[in-house]
Ligand binder design. Structure first.
Ligand code: ADP
Length: 488
């Protein structure tokens, strides 16, 4: 029970309320007793004086027994709880009205008596109780003087042995016992209200804990929508904690899915890389072995052909390894593009110029339509050149001779759009969503040389610039690749 937060809170509340309840009951009993003593002493302050002035109790050191009996008798009638003692000037008890075995002291201390007579103390003054060696009681006292000489004291204990303190009063007094019961009732009600309030507060925490455990049991793959309180007003710390947890769980699920996707992509990539490396390597190895085995039988032209094919294979391998290296670099967390302001218009013209010859060789018309104003972008010029390289070389590669490749730049919505349009073979609709994946090549274009990495590199570069790249295509009619970069 005390392991749960609710149990701990209830235990703390219980201890606190009990401690406070006991303290306040003790405090009120103590103050009531003090007040009662004080009032009792004040009301009866002059009682001993009145009695002593009425009757002459001592003469020449001798007790006037008749007068003393009168005093005892008067007090007995007026208030039986008051006890009266005659003391000598040293505080020794010399006369009393009680059985001898009841008197436990031979003398009482004169110090509280003197304090009383000085009248300086404002609180109740307690003196020795002749009937109990350990008890003190409020009293009234009057000095007895004969011819200016102090011969003794009339010592009157107020309350007497019938009244032993407030504890007795509580038992006897309806008001006192009622107030004690009211205090105990209030403590019980406060405890009950606290227990209910804690239960309501911690019930939402319990729901949250259940949700966290369910999330853990689902292997961090599923989180149900959390609704802790019925009311629309949400906003205390527990609701905020639930919202943060919900958001965090969502992100964890997304990250795990992303990691799974990346992992499966990597596995596919390793398979593709091994395949793409193995094919040219096997060819290369075959050519070299043939040259070695048939060294003497090969004429100069055959040897030249084998060497040319081997070099082409090496170049292909080199391009593939370079592309892989480039992708790995773009993927690394530490990589950041070197941004600078430049004119995308100029760069596009420059890159297009590089492909003039290749286009002419295939009898393809390559045109560039620039921006009306200099299209300034903030980007990594080397990386954007690579994107243009990939798109233009693909357009030329997948367009038959006599076709057309058109580059155009446009500005809109604070972005610069670059479009590379060709009249080539086009891409089947089912491949459109996959051609940006690593190593994916449309089955219809496998005969053309390529690695399937060019578009993946282009997309990664555009993403690093917070831009986007799209494709639209009609098989047999051509394709258009567009990418956008934010304007300066
Ligand atoms: P590849 O080295 O195969 O060209 P890319 O990543 O550049 O690799 O392109 C992936 C695939 O997208 C290509 O194999 C091809 O099927 C298709 N593709 C890319 N550009 C074009 C284009 N301009 N016209 C038709 N198909 C294209």
């Amino acid at each position: 029970m005390f392991k749960s937060l609710y149990g701990k809170l209830v235990a703390i509340l219980l201890v606190l309320i009990l401690a406070l309840g006991i303290f306040f009951i003790w405090l009120s009993l103590f103050t009531t007793e003090s007040y009662f003593r004080e009032v009792n002493q004040r009301l009866n302050h002059d009682l001993a004086d009145h009695l002593a002035s009425e009757w002459e109790l001592l003469r020449g050191g001798e007790v006037n027994t008749d007068h003393l009996k009168e005093v005892f008798h008067t007090l007995m009638i007026a208030n039986p709880s008051i006890e009266c003692y005659l003391l000598d000037s040293e505080g020794n008890i010399i006369a009393y009205d009680a059985p001898d075995e009841k008197i436990k002291r031979e003398s009482v201390s004169l110090e509280p008596i003197n304090d009383f007579l000085d009248g300086e103390k404002s609180t109740a003054i307690v003196g020795d109780d002749p009937r109990d060696v350990n008890r003190k009681k409020v009293f009234s006292v009057s000095p007895i003087e004969v011819d200016g000489q102090r011969e003794g004291y009339l010592y009157v204990i107020l309350g007497g042995e019938d009244y032993e303190g407030v504890a007795d009063l509580i038992g006897d007094s309806y008001t006192m016992s009622l107030s004690v019961w009211v205090a105990l009732g209030s403590v019980a009600v406060a405890l009950l209200v606290g227990v209910i309030a804690f239960s309501m507060l911690t019930s939402r925490l319990r729901k949250l804990t259940d949700a966290v455990n369910a999330f853990k049991r689902s292997d961090f793959s599923n989180i149900d929508p959390l609704r802790l309180s019925e009311s629309e007003e949400r906003g205390d710390e527990i609701d905020q904690l639930a919202d943060v947890f919900q958001g965090m769980a969502g992100r964890i699920i997304n990250h795990i899915e992303e990691l799974k996707r990346i992992d499966s992509e990597r596995r596919e990539m390793v398979g593709s890389v091994s395949h793409d490396l193995r094919a040219p390597l096997t060819t290369l190895q075959g050519h070299l072995e043939t040259m070695l085995v048939k060294e003497q039988q090969l004429d100069a032209e055959e040897r030249h052909n084998f060497l040319t094919a081997s070099i082409a294979g090496c170049r292909r391998l080199n391009r593939l390894v370079e592309s892989l290296f480039e992708l790995a670099k773009l993927d690394s967390y530490s990589f950041t593009p070197q941004l600078e302001d430049f004119s995308l218009d100029e760069l596009t013209h420059d890159v297009a110029q590089k492909y003039d010859l290749a286009a002419k060789d295939k009898e393809i018309t390559l045109t560039v339509t620039g921006c009306e104003e200099p299209c300034l972008v903030k980007a990594d010029i080397g990386l954007i050149e690579r994107v243009l390289d990939n798109l233009i070389s693909n357009a030329i590669k997948y367009t038959d001779s006599g076709g057309r490749v058109a580059l155009s730049l446009n500005e809109n919505d604070g972005r610069v759009q670059v479009a590379v349009e060709d009249t080539g073979v086009g891409i089947p609709a089912e491949d459109l969503s996959r051609i940006f994946e690593r190593f994916y090549r449309s089955p219809g274009s496998i005969s053309a040389e390529g690695s399937g990495l060019g578009l993946a590199i282009a997309r990664r570069i555009v993403e690093l610039h917070d831009g986007e790249i799209n494709v639209s295509s009609k098989p047999g009619q051509g394709s258009t690749f567009e990418f956008y970069l934010p304007k300066v």
